[in-house]
Design a binder for this molecule. Structure first.
Ligand code: T4K
Length: 414
């Protein structure tokens, strides 16, 4: 029920607006691919659609190898394993669980280090301060698609003989200094999950320019097989199937359109929220290529009429299901909190950033009309801030129910 529009009995948006509503490419292309896949009776194991997608991805990114996997989480596990990470690895806490779980899953200790307050990416000074004689690598996350300080991290890694992996789950289609993300470090891992602007339903890819590493990745994602019945190393099942690759190919066909929509939404949001005090849509560097897939709002509670969590409640009441990625941080998630209970002491910037961020819906399910209405919610809430402040707690108790679609309207939604 809307907290702002008292003339309305239902929320402003009858159908919820999600942050991660998938972009859908050409249905005809997907159906055609699926028919061909069924005719061929070749459904997985490096089939022709997967191989075509890998060629397209590698061309787009400008890397020698872009090896598909069933999701980025497994992709990270494989990347960590083939680069022989062990002992301790430096990683940000302000990331999705997968970056960190994939380390712990393989018996590696994640050591959280702090981030830069402007970029939200690894702070090189903090990385260096966390290094011990057990450190074997650094994992950077190109958060929101904005690149890490790649060159400084590479220099540090080279100097200390460390491996450097990038979790590029958010950064497909983004560049640094004109070079596409995918070609940096030892390997970079993309996500093509349903909620990513380029998606396979579930999927991901490991990009690398290293031929030997690529060969290891191929074996590792397929049980360690070399050829038909020879197993040469420990492996897993990380293969992408043909149906996911078909969705990925149609997504690649529409990639320019998806980026165009995201970019226009980004501009729309910046305009719509420009006059709200203490509320700022994080900027992308327009000298670079961006995918604009995350609309990240920074709330400065000293200036803003409402706290970040109050904004969240106001938006949710009108069915704008904004998220506070990646609150409260992996250092406060189990088992990491118990394993390193004092991590927060060295993460003041991480904690501050995690309290300020709100992510708004975008993608092809959102357009200028929705953004205009969301702008109106912010404006009205600013006008009625005193009333809302009396009504709403300043910090939010997390909902226990998942945000799962139930309305029949979903069937019709684009
Ligand atoms: N590294 C980083 C930095 C990442 O952000 C991620 C994933 C990974 C690694 C691992 O990548 P994968 O292994 O997933 O390939 C979502 C995504 O599930 C997750 O992939 C993504 N990051 C993360 C940032 O967002 P949740 O838990 O916030 O939301 P989820 O999946 O429930 O979806 C969000 C909303 O989207 C839902 O409330 C409803 C809507 N939705 C979702 C799906 C799946 C739809 O409308 N349709 C759909 O099909 O994690």
């Amino acid at each position: 029920m809307s907290l702002l529009f008292s003339d309305r009995e239902s929320p402003l948006f009858p159908i919820p607006l999600h942050v991660g509503r998938p972009n859908i490419g050409s249905r005809e292309a997907i159906h055609r691919h699926i028919d061909e896949i069924l005719d061929r009776r070749w459904l997985s194991n490096e089939g022709p659609v997967v191989l075509e997608l890998e060629r397209r991805l590698a061309d787009y990114v400008g890397v020698k190898h872009c090896l598909t996997v069933c999701n980025a989480t497994i992709g990270l596990e494989i990347a960590y394993r083939v680069t022989e990470l062990s002992g301790e690895v430096i990683v940000p806490s302000n990331t999705f669980a997968a970056t960190v779980h994939a380390l712990h899953w393989q018996g590696i200790k994640p050591v959280f280090c702090d981030i830069d307050p402007m970029t939200h990416n690894l702070d090189v000074g903090s990385v260096e301060a966390c290094i011990t004689d057990k450190t074997t690598g650094i994992v950077g996350v190109h958060l929101w698609g904005r690149p890490c300080p790649v060159h400084d991290l590479q220099r540090l890694a080279d100097r200390l003989g460390l491996k450097l992996i990038f979790d590029a789950a958010h950064a497909f289609g983004c560049s640094l200094g004109g070079q596409m993300i995918g070609g940096f470090g030892d390997a970079e891992v993309f996500s093509f999950h349903a909620t990513k602007f380029m998606n396979c339903g579930e999927g991901g890819a490991i990009a690398t320019n290293d031929d030997d590493l690529a060969a290891l990745i191929r074996q590792t994602r397929s049980f360690g097989f070399q050829g038909c019945d020879r197993i040469v190393r420990v492996g897993t099942n990380g293969k992408m199937n043909e149906f996911s690759a078909a969705v990925g190919l149609s997504s690649m066909d529409s990639i320019d359109e998806f980026i165009q929509v995201n970019s226009s939404n980004y501009r729309g949001y910046r305009e719509a929220l420009a006059d709200i005090p203490g509320v700022e849509v994080l900027a992308y560097d327009e000298q670079e290529r961006n995918n604009f897939q995350y609309i990240v709002v920074d709330v400065d509670e000293q200036q803003s009429p409402l706290t970040r969590d109050q904004w969240l409640q106001v938006l949710h009441a009108d069915n704008v299901l904004a998220r506070r990625y990646f609150y409260p941080g992996m250092h406060r998630a189990e088992p990491y909190q118990s394993l390193d209970p004092f991590a927060a002491k060295r993460l003041p910037v991480t904690d501050a950033v995690l309290r300020r961020i709100l992510v708004l819906p975008t993608g092809t399910a959102v357009g200028s009309q929705e953004i205009e209405l969301i702008g109106k919610i912010f404006q009205q809430a600013t006008v009625h801030a005193s009333m809302l402040k009396r009504q709403l707690p300043s910090t939010l108790v997390l909902p226990t129910a998942p945000l799962v679609p139930v309305s029949p309207g979903y069937r019709k939604a684009a």
